[in-house]
Design a protein around this ligand. Structure first.
Ligand code: FES
Length: 144
């Protein structure tokens, strides 16, 4: 049911925990399942995400997707992080069961919420990408 990658990230989550010196913090939840995800970003003056942390109170897939999402944006620019889609996270995990796709949406939304917080703290206008909600892309094609 779950790929090796999902099980690996669930058993050994990367970048788990709070970042004390984060300058972008976002928290999102899914009302249906009740899972909550918190994302911490430390962004330097060049707009590079130097460090990432996450705290997820949720299912195994939520933990695996948040872990993978942190790996995919660490060391990247905020513009790259803005482009992170839940479909890309699912693809990197080599698939998720259909009923667990919403967990990856939560990961995308958590990253966007943390970026939104960063922009707010900086007092700069948010890019359009942040203004629109995370789209539910057709991820079925990346499922195995
Ligand atoms: Fe809701 Fe996984 S079951 S985030």
């Amino acid at each position: 049911m779950y790929t090796e990658k999902v099980l690996d990230h669930f058993s050994h989550p990367r970048n788990m925990g709070e970042l004390k010196d984060a300058n972008g913090i976002g928290m999102v939840g899914n009302a249906k399942c009740g899972d909550i995800m918190q994302m911490f970003l430390k962004i330097n003056d060049d707009g590079i995400i130097e460090d990432v942390g996450f705290k997820t109170f949720g299912c195994g897939a939520a933990i695996a997707t948040s872990s993978m999402a942190t790996e995919m944006i660490k060391g990247k620019s905020i513009n790259d992080a803005l482009k992170l889609s839940n479909a890309a996270v699912v693809e990197a995990l080599e698939g998720l069961p259909p009923q667990k796709i919403h967990c990856s949406v939560l990961a995308e939304e958590a990253v966007k919420a943390a970026l939104e917080d960063y922009y707010k703290r900086k007092g700069i206008e948010m890019p359009e990408e942040l203004k629109k909600k995370a789209e539910h892309k057709d991820v079925h094609e990346v499922q195995k």
